[in-house]
Design a protein around this ligand. Structure first.
Ligand SMILES: [Zn+2]
Ligand SMILES: [Zn+2]
Length: 343
């Protein structure tokens, strides 16, 4: 089968790889239909690592995909051949203390699709996944829709973890696919006012289309919020991984507010103004991918079909290298790029 293989920093080649093995009793063989390019894939592409996770070449990345069930193991009950599925790329052990506590996303022994040292990714024609990762999608969903469920699930999870409620006033910093997913989920959860800061004009335009009340430049944000939210905002969702954004968040939050840290910084250490943290009794909450929000994300896409506007670029499978370059260079107004494997 064909696969897009990372062979070095900024090197992606199309190769023929062996077919996956027969699905085991609790596994499902899937035909990959569409793969979303994620910021984390791009980090592996441009730097060969995220933090301590290093790519050993050759390696196949990719973890956002939708596709169809080709065959199922004997004990599989969740899906059947022909079903279109959204895939949760996390494969927890279901046995450790974290899994026992329902924290599957921080499982001690989990493997994650397309994560170096754990599991090869989905930029290939066929793949085997555990049935627990497969979620049948509604009839109207395409493979691309199913692939979009993964980033949307992170937005759903961040909003749930934040305790966002009807009436919340929030700021989202950074409007890539994850920031936009937070925006959609926050609107769906009844956020009263949603401001968005983002340096790129086309991404601000996308945020406005998807329901932001205000979308401005990061350095316009203080002045805007000083007027609109003089008491401070309830929640800031940092979706850009920038030190300046974290600093700004602490000044804009109201006392008792919460900073949700979602972005993946390119640096190893961040700093926080401890005096502000202490006097305002602010809460810092890290967000690690998502937990148990795939179904919520499917429902979100049903309620908010405009989420599909996030998909700005489509590439044929053989053009995967161009997809990486486009996303890595923030070229051509790209928000979410999809690689399409089958028509
Ligand atoms: Zn992703
Ligand atoms: Zn576990």
């Amino acid at each position: 089968m064909r696969a897009a293989v990372l062979e070095g920093v900024r090197i992606v080649a199309m190769r023929d790889l062996p077919e996956p093995t027969h699905p085991g009793d609790h596994e499902v063989l899937l035909r990959v239909g569409a793969v979303g390019m994620c910021g984390s894939d791009i980090h592996y592409y441009t730097r060969g690592r995220i933090g301590s996770q290093m790519v050993r070449y050759p390696f196949v990345v990719g973890h956002e995909f939708g596709g169809k069930v080709l065959a199922t193991g004997r004990a599989v009950t969740r899906v059947k051949p022909g079903d279109r599925v959204a895939v949760d790329p996390a494969m927890p052990c279901f046995a450790c203390d974290q899994c026992q506590a329902g924290r599957f996303h921080t499982c001690r022994k989990h493997t994650f699709l397309g994560c170096p040292g754990q599991s090869a990714g989905c930029l290939c024609e066929r793949i085997v996944m555990p049935e627990t990762s497969c979620f049948a999608v509604p009839a109207g969903f395409s493979d691309e829709d199913a692939a979009l469920v993964e980033p949307l699930s992170i937005g759903c999870y961040a909003v749930k973890l934040a305790g966002l409620s009807a009436g919340s006033r929030i700021l989202i910093q950074g409007c890539g696919p994850v920031g936009l997913s937070v925006l959609l989920a926050a609107r769906d959860a009844g956020a009263e006012r949603v401001a968005v800061s983002e340096p790129l004009a086309y991404r601000r335009a996308c945020a406005s289309r998807l329901g932001a009340d205000w979308a401005g430049l990061p350095d316009e944000t203080d002045a805007y919020l000083a007027e609109r939210e003089p008491l401070g905002v309830d929640l800031v969702f940092e979706c850009c991984g920038e030190q300046a954004a974290m600093d700004q968040a602490l000044t804009l939050l109201k006392p008792g507010g919460k900073l949700m840290l979602i972005g993946i910084p390119e640096f190893d250490r961040a700093s926080f103004a401890v005096d502000l943290l202490r006097r305002k009794e602010l809460c810092l909450q890290n967000v690690r991918r998502q937990n148990d929000c795939v179904e919520a994300a499917i429902a979100l896409l049903e309620h908010r079909p405009e989420a599909r506007a996030m998909i700005t670029h489509r590439f044929d499978f053989e053009q995967t290298a161009a997809a990486f370059e486009t996303v890595a260079g923030y070229r051509d107004g790209v928000v979410k790029a999809m690689v399409r494997l089958s028509p």
